[in-house]
Write a protein that binds this ligand. Structure first.
Ligand SMILES: *Cc1c(COP(=O)(O)O)cnc(C)c1O
Length: 493
């Protein structure tokens, strides 16, 4: 029966993809009108619920993950292997929280999947087979800043010979007070909004996330200014590297710059966190000159302390899934240890030392979200994922080339030559219309065609449009024709 349900759902999904990337107004209205206003006392049959969901609700979904031409946000899709595994996860509903070797294999599989991911990202297992699966890059950024906060205050306590050194144990206020410090600051360049949110959640404060960028490039670190901030006597610091900036897809650093940052952070006891939600995937590219610039931007990540990655974006597994790598295995438990619950203690220690997920991350009870990752990695291997990413990059470059040559559009950030622009293009395309009136409406006009979907954003204080390519189904020729066709049409409206 399980298999039949999956088959049926795929059929529905395929139909949706072909019928447009956004639901029709009618479908939305019908779905809204179908929502009950109160819970009935008796419930209804399973068949009736299924019919309601498939007939009323599903038609009002967007094609986000199903369509290869949905370029809004960075949604990715769900590979067949991941979709299969995700259905197994729901059917068997395992709780992945405590490593109990005689109870279930799930913690072993999750740990194995983390190792496979490290392999994909060319992160040496001897240092990086440590971390956890999360609900997404936002949660991973919270983990990164939480571990960083613990680390930098511990370093400050060591320097000052103070015993009150763990925020997890004593709380931020008491630790700062004991150390005579006024706060923790995060130093970054064009951080993703979720990193600022993480600072808010962790008591660091959104106002204490500071840009330390060069005057001529908002994404590049001003190393002199960075050192000045790191050297402050009243604050401790976490450096957050945008390893893939969400509008442009570009990288904040090269390996040489990360090495410089690493040395400064070691000197001042600071932590380096890299937000590589999609950018860490640059590491799966090979050495061909075609992708050298992108690859270069993701080089050196092995030098940082913690790395955020997203599963539900370029890895193409279903929502919700992110991952977190950390080079300091002992730290997460200081923050996330689930205190005083003897019934949750881990059992015997057969096999590798696998930490119980509930002690190193946010949740206690957790979905087996590592299984779709495991399945998809086994299914595609390194080369399958590389091929997928190469198709995404080639499509983005094809679109950018067309935009660069088009009299009514302008590619962003402004490039002095086409070859420079294409070289820098990862899997997203940022652009605007030269005509202000068209530009204000550009994203809407594109989305109104329902043949593709893009995100509106802002760049340099003016509206801009972003095409983020992240779906495993990318077909360069087919999709280039569709996208340029829509853009040409919209320019004439
Ligand atoms: C998407 C994204 C995030 C947030 O990820 P979620 O999976 O939505 O939580 C964080 N950082 C970057 C660079 C991103 O692209």
């Amino acid at each position: 029966m399980q298999e039949q349900i999956v088959q049926d759902l795929w059929k529905v999904a395929q139909g949706k993809w072909e019928s447009g990337v956004l639901p029709s107004k009618d479908s939305l209205a019908r779905a809204r009108a179908s929502l009950p206003t109160t819970l009935s006392a008796t419930g209804t049959s399973l068949e009736a619920v299924q019919r309601h969901i498939l007939d009323d609700i599903v038609p009002a979904f967007n094609g986000g993950s199903i369509s290869p031409n949905y370029y809004g946000f960075i949604t990715g899709g769900a590979t067949p292997a991941a979709l299969f595994a995700d259905n197994v996860v729901s059917a068997y509903d395992q709780n992945v929280q405590v490593h109990l070797t005689n109870h279930s294999i799930v913690t072993d599989v999750e740990f194995s999947a983390l190792g496979l991911l490290a392999d994909l990202m060319r992160l040496d297992r001897s240092m990086w087979h440590n971390g956890t699966f999360t609900t997404g890059a936002t949660a991973s950024n919270i983990l990164g800043l939480a571990c960083g906060r613990e680390y930098v205050l511990r370093k400050a306590a060591e320097r000052k010979g103070v015993q009150v050194d763990s925020v997890g144990e004593f709380g931020l206020f008491e630790v700062l007070h004991a150390l005579g410090l006024s706060g923790v600051q995060v130093l970054s360049t064009l951080p993703h909004s979720s990193l600022v949110k993480a600072a808010g959640i962790l008591g660091i404060g959104r106002a204490n996330v500071h840009n330390v960028c060069c005057a001529d490039n908002p994404l590049h670190f001003d190393i002199e200014q960075l050192e000045k901030e790191l050297a402050r006597a009243d604050k401790v610091s976490i450096v957050a590297v945008s390893s893939g900036e969400v509008n442009t897809g570009r990288f904040a650093t090269t390996k040489e710059q990360l090495l410089q940052i690493r040395q400064l952070c070691d000197k001042y006891g600071a932590w380096v966190h890299a937000d590589g939600a999609f950018g860490v995937f640059g590491r799966i590219l090979d050495d061909s000159p075609e992708f050298a610039t992108v690859k270069k931007g993701s080089e050196g990540l092995e030098l940082v302390d913690s790395i955020t990655g997203d599963g539900h974006k370029l890895l193409n597994v279903p929502y919700d899934c992110g991952f977190f790598f950390c080079r300091h295995p002992e730290l997460a438990a200081s923050v996330f240890q689930n205190a005083n619950a003897a019934y949750l203690a881990a059992g015997s220690s057969d096999g590798p030392a696998i930490p119980s997920p509930l002690n190193i991350g946010i949740e206690n009870s957790r979905r087996f979200r590592a299984l779709p990752v495991y399945a998809s990695l086994l299914s595609y291997g390194k080369h399958g994922y590389r091929d997928m990413l190469q198709r995404q990059i080639r499509l983005a470059r094809g679109i950018n080339e067309w935009i660069f040559d088009h009299p009514q559009y302008k590619a962003l950030p402004e490039a002095s030559s086409k070859s420079e622009l294409l070289d820098q293009t990862f899997m997203s395309v940022l652009f605007r219309a030269k005509d202000d009136n068209l530009n204000r409406e550009l994203s809407k006009k594109i989305n109104d065609t329902s043949r593709m979907f893009v995100s509106g954003t802002s760049w340099d204080g003016a509206p801009a449009t972003r095409i983020a390519i992240s779906n495993w189904r990318v077909d360069v020729e087919r999709d280039l024709e569709l996208v340029t066709g829509v853009l040409a049409e919209v320019a004439q409206l």
